[in-house]
Design a protein around this ligand. Sequence first.
Ligand code: ZN
Length: 293
Amino acid sequence: MTFNPDADLSGNTTRRRGRTAAIAGGGAVGVLGIIALIAGPLLGIDLTPLLGGGTQPGDAGSNGGSVIEGCATGQDANEDVDCRMAGAQVALDAFWADNVEGYRKPQMVVVDQATSTQCGTASNAVGPFYCPPDEGVYVDPTFFSLMQQQFGASAGNLAQLYIVGHEWGHHIQNITGTMADYPNNGTGPGSNGVRMELQADCYAGAWIGRISEQTDADGDPYLVKPTEAELRDALNAAAAVGDDHIQAQSGMVNPESWTHGSSDQRQYWFANGFQNGLDVCAQAFTLSEDQLG
Ligand SMILES: [Zn+2]
């Protein structure tokens, strides 16, 4: 259990089904980022058709979509992964509206197979990501099964919320100007890119630390306080998507190519936000490289 079974979660998540051919890297910031493309084969997915260029027509209209139905309560979110994503959207919007002046909601797209975005194709091979130009959070829930199979993470409900919360963190960085203030300056352990990712982990932790405080119109909390076991699972997910962990699986760890931070750093920043709240997350850009965890 993660959601309060009685919570009203009528959200507006869009489910898209589509198939497009081009992967354009431009600007997407995901929980895995470009590393997922390099690591594609170890995810057990053949990316060749996607990388071959050309365009295939969408099987149901790549820009179409429909609202996910039947996600009315926290009970639905506990039982069904699509509803869990819809529920996360409702709770995240409530949290950030309380904490960021002039907050505007991103679009949340639960990807079914593949869909085109302004940052290229979204699919479970690329992993969940946020696309700044269209302010979209794209999550294919089958990615969570890949995490279980390929990254050795159990990826339970709270771990899934951590991933979505991380992508929301990128949206916050976009609308508050952090992305503009700290533009991409290459890879490596002290790069803006790594700091951006660690801050997004911190934002996810800060949200989860206050997770039981957002309530629906009836005053029912959307989510219940996580258990120790759930928190361990979320931290495990943060470790599983660390650059060093992913690189170790493909045989070579090279910190200079890091884009997301090490397993230890990702766990540290998630826990830092969880324990200390949003205010500490700014430090991801002010601390020296050695102090990042
Ligand atoms: Zn990210």
